[in-house]
Design a protein around this ligand. Structure first.
Ligand SMILES: *[C@@H]1O[C@H](CO)[C@@H](O)[C@H](O)[C@H]1NC(C)=O
Ligand SMILES: *[C@@H]1O[C@H](CO)[C@@H](O)[C@H](O)[C@H]1NC(C)=O
Ligand SMILES: *[C@@H]1O[C@H](CO)[C@@H](O)[C@H](O)[C@H]1NC(C)=O
Ligand SMILES: *[C@@H]1O[C@H](CO)[C@@H](O)[C@H](O)[C@H]1NC(C)=O
Ligand SMILES: *[C@@H]1O[C@H](CO)[C@@H](O)[C@H](O)[C@H]1NC(C)=O
Ligand SMILES: *[C@@H]1O[C@H](CO)[C@@H](O)[C@H](O)[C@H]1NC(C)=O
Ligand SMILES: *[C@@H]1O[C@H](CO)[C@@H](O)[C@H](O)[C@H]1NC(C)=O
Ligand SMILES: *[C@@H]1O[C@H](CO)[C@@H](O)[C@H](O)[C@H]1NC(C)=O
Length: 467
């Protein structure tokens, strides 16, 4: 008799005479069963167009302006993309079975103490992309079962949310902390995934210190991409022994000197994936990876490195020797490597897969450079940079029969769209297990060869396909 309960409730809230009420209940009861979604006049009410599948109701993008009375048996409700302005007290009072509630992309401006009252089973709550500027300090603590909260893109400072007593596992929050380093940060003893990325929210935090994650000891995944970070102090991640995935991409003022501080802490973590794409400006000078930047990686458990779009041209001799034994995949597209591959260091790296596509892709100055806190670029290349090309210039000049070194366990190479314009000469390739090479979208114009020897090669794509 869920329908009846909830109808009585919706009628009860309207100031109408009791005689009329009885008739209404009967009429509405019939309608509620006919239309599944109840309490409203159909077909003019958009709510009638919600689709119900078992206990999941999808009301997304239907121009709904207020939350209607809802059936008690629902487990999942999606109200995203409407124009709901208010979450009245007790509106979910009957929905003790609800597990997923999506109120994202609406016009909600505040959450009162009893707005979410009754949602004792909700595990996943999406409130992102609203205009919430007020949250009562007890609103969220009513959600005893909550494990995932998305509160991105709201006006309210998410550092002020009271999540005391909740056992959150995943939090997606805005992070506004331009200068104030004295304030207190989130305390979520069970949290494993923290997403404060500025790609999908508002993230503005110039400096990270060990204070930030101090009360989040269980973190496994941290997404800090596009947060305008300039400085990451040593110690920021040191206490996070469970940390597996770290993304600090798109912080264009961070540079490799900031990376160096990050790597300092990684031996104390369980790191597997490090994402440092685009931590330089799109149009700055080419950069160099030096030993300092990589030396702390040696003692980590890193498996996958994303280092795209960093304008890397130079790699200091022996820097690659600090790549840990556990490393398998390197995504390094959109850089400027001076390849030739004559250095011996790569013979000692354990990687199986490398993607170095789109080298020398022009960067048109459409993107405005990020304004950094410090006046000049930090030293990004050494004075004697020419000695540190990935291939040695002397070797290139003197060697009539160049040899290419390949990491011995590498099986897959992606080398697409690098605008490489050259003839393929006689080449001697170091002992390798390469099976797959995609070198399409380049400009190789002749094959003199022979190329010795890819004994395991199964797939080679050198098709030109120039637009
Ligand atoms: C919502 O309203 C807009 C503008 O009034 C209209 O174009 C659109 O068709 C409506 N969508 C639905 C699902 O009713
Ligand atoms: C946070 O919520 C708890 C209840 O879970 C309450 O006891 C406490 O007073 C609240 N804190 C603040 C600062 O309002
Ligand atoms: C910094 O944070 C503290 C603690 O939250 C607060 O009292 C202070 O007003 C803040 N200062 C600025 C400049 O925002
Ligand atoms: C971090 O968030 C951005 C934006 O949602 C996403 O593109 C990126 O893949 C995330 N990083 C990781 C490691 O999941
Ligand atoms: C690296 O950490 C040190 C001390 O922890 C700090 O003084 C320095 O500013 C940091 N550098 C960067 C680029 O974040
Ligand atoms: C590497 O890790 C081991 C084990 O955690 C530790 O004993 C050793 O001191 C570390 N070495 C360096 C150079 O950090
Ligand atoms: C390549 O794989 C073999 C067998 O798994 C291993 O013994 C060797 O250390 C690996 N080489 C490198 C450079 O990681
Ligand atoms: C290689 O990197 C490019 C550029 O990021 C990407 O578009 C492509 O999907 C990647 N290919 C593989 C197989 O990883």
């Amino acid at each position: 008799m869920n329908g009846h309960q909830q109808l009585s409730k919706s009628v009860w809230r309207k100031p109408e005479s009791s005689g009329l009420m009885k008739n209404l209940i009967i009429v509405w009861l019939v309608q509620s069963y006919a239309n599944v979604v109840s309490g409203r006049l159909c077909p003019s009410d958009p709510l009638c167009q919600c689709t119900l599948f078992k206990q999941n109701m999808d009301c997304s993008d239907r121009n709904i302006t207020e939350i209607p009375a809802l059936q008690a048996h629902l487990i999942e409700i999606n109200f995203s993309g409407n124009t709901i302005k208010e979450v009245p007290d007790d509106v979910f009072y009957n929905n003790g079975l609800l597990e997923i509630l999506d109120l994202s992309h609406n016009l909600i401006s505040s959450l009162h103490q009893r707005s979410l009252y009754g949602l004792v089973n909700v595990k996943r709550l999406l409130l992102n992309n609203n205009y919430i500027s007020y949250v009562h300090c007890l609103t969220l603590t009513a959600l005893q079962s909550l494990i995932e909260l998305n509160f991105k893109m709201n006006l309210y400072d998410s550092l002020g949310l009271n999540v005391t007593g909740l056992t959150l596992i995943t939090a997606k929050l805005d992070f506004r902390q331009p200068t104030n380093m004295t304030r207190k940060f989130w305390s979520m003893p069970t949290l494993r995934n923290m997403d404060v990325s500025g790609v999908t929210g508002i993230c503005n935090v110039t400096t990270l210190t060990s204070e930030v994650f101090k009360l989040l000891p269980k973190l496994e995944t941290i997404n800090l991409s596009a947060c305008s970070i300039n400085y990451i102090y040593i110690g920021t991640f040191r206490k996070l022994s469970n940390l597996i995935h770290l993304d600090v991409s798109l912080n264009r003022c961070l540079k490799f000197s900031g990376l160096e501080n990050v790597t300092n802490d990684l031996p104390y973590t369980s790191i597997k994936t490090l994402n440092i794409n685009k931590i330089h400006q799109a149009n700055e000078f080419t950069t160099e990876i030096s030993i300092r930047h990589f030396q702390n990686l040696k003692n980590t458990t890193l498996e996958t490195l994303h280092i795209e779009g960093n304008r890397i041209q130079l790699v200091e001799s022996e820097a690659l020797l600090y790549i840990p034994k556990t490393m398998r995949n390197v995504f390094a597209a959109d850089n400027q490597f001076s390849f030739g591959g004559f250095i011996k260091d790569v013979l000692n790296i354990s990687i199986h897969f490398v993607n170095v596509s789109n080298m020398f892709t022009p960067h048109y100055p459409i993107e405005k450079p990020e304004i950094c806190d410090f006046p000049e670029d930090r030293c990004i290349r050494s004075e004697d940079g020419h000695k540190r090309y990935l291939h040695s210039l002397e070797e290139e000049q003197n060697n009539i029969q160049p040899s290419i070194s390949i990491p011995p366990n590498m099986t897959k190479v992606i080398y697409r769209g690098c605008n490489l314009r050259f003839e393929i000469p006689f080449l001697r390739v170091s002992s390798n297990k390469v099976k797959f090479i995609d070198a399409s979208f380049n400009i190789f114009y002749s094959w003199k060869g022979p190329v010795k020897s890819f004994n395991y090669l199964e797939y080679l794509d050198m098709y030109k396909r120039i637009k």
